[in-house]
Ligand binder design. Structure first.
Ligand SMILES: Cc1cc2nc3c(=O)[nH]c(=O)nc-3n(C[C@H](O)[C@H](O)[C@H](O)COP(=O)(O)O)c2cc1C
Length: 217
């Protein structure tokens, strides 16, 4: 039986898992992820998220074909760098693998957000459509990724759908007052979870003012 790792282990090993097994994922598990997602905070507790769960072959193929096309269109030759000895090469290989196999992911989860203008955009400056409330949806997205990792499911955050979002609206009947914030393919991982690589916190932290040194204790 899968033993749930602690929160810090989950956070420290939450890698983008782009290589997934085709084995099915029960909907009950997906719903557990969503139930963790909706525990997230949001501005004024507005809870502007909505979910579109794709499990049908045709639906996943519709999404996967466009995702693969646009990944290659945008990154082109960069996606051919396949040196597995470098971290960059491994990431590129995994991203290309995901694009080519997106349609085989057992579940493709779209996280949507209701559109709303940020406070800082004055009413007279509000031209066109408001963006989805990214700030209020990303905590939900992160909760879903954390919950997937805790349950041993592989997942990764993708945003290339931006290149064909209008097609998604038309095909899946997504209302105009919602935007697609993130698309998360989910399945059982082919590989193992390992530590994430990040630049050290000391390189990112300033005290008192930008560039300020850490005060002595
Ligand atoms: C806003 C955002 C957009 C991303 N979009 C994509 C994407 O379209 N395709 C993809 O394969 N990975 C995408 N990623 C995943 C990142 O590439 C990944 O988190 C990063 O390289 C660090 O790798 P790790 O999470 O495995 O440590 C995205 C991540 C974020 C936060």
């Amino acid at each position: 039986m899968h033993e749930e790792p602690g929160l810090f282990e989950v956070m420290y090993t939450l890698r983008a898992m782009r290589r997934l097994k085709p084995d099915p994922v029960p909907l009950e598990l997906v719903e557990r992820l969503l139930d963790a997602g909706i525990r997230a905070p949001s501005g004024q507790n507005s809870q502007p998220w909505a979910f579109l769960v794709l499990t049908g072959t045709d639906d996943k193929r519709f999404f996967g074909e466009r995702y693969d096309y646009w990944i290659k269109e945008r990154f082109g030759a960069a996606l051919l760098a396949d040196d597995p000895r470098t971290a960059q090469g491994r990431t590129v290989n995994a991203a290309r693998h995901l694009a080519e196999h997106m349609h085989e992911a057992p579940v493709i989860l779209m996280v949507l957000g209701r559109r709303d203008w940020p406070f800082a955009v004055a009413p007279e400056a509000r031209v066109g459509r408001a963006p989805p409330s990214y700030g209020s949806v990303y905590p939900c997205v992160q909760n879903i990724l954390l919950a997937a990792r805790a349950l041993g499911l592989g997942a990764s955050l993708t945003t290339m759908h931006q290149m064909f979002e209008d097609e998604l609206h038309a095909h899946f009947g997504i209302p105009e007052d919602h935007g697609v914030v993130a698309v998360i393919p989910i399945g059982w991982p082919q590989g193992r979870f390992g530590p994430v690589r990040r630049e050290p916190v000391a390189d990112k932290t300033h005290y008192g003012r930008w560039g300020g040194a850490r005060p002595r204790a």
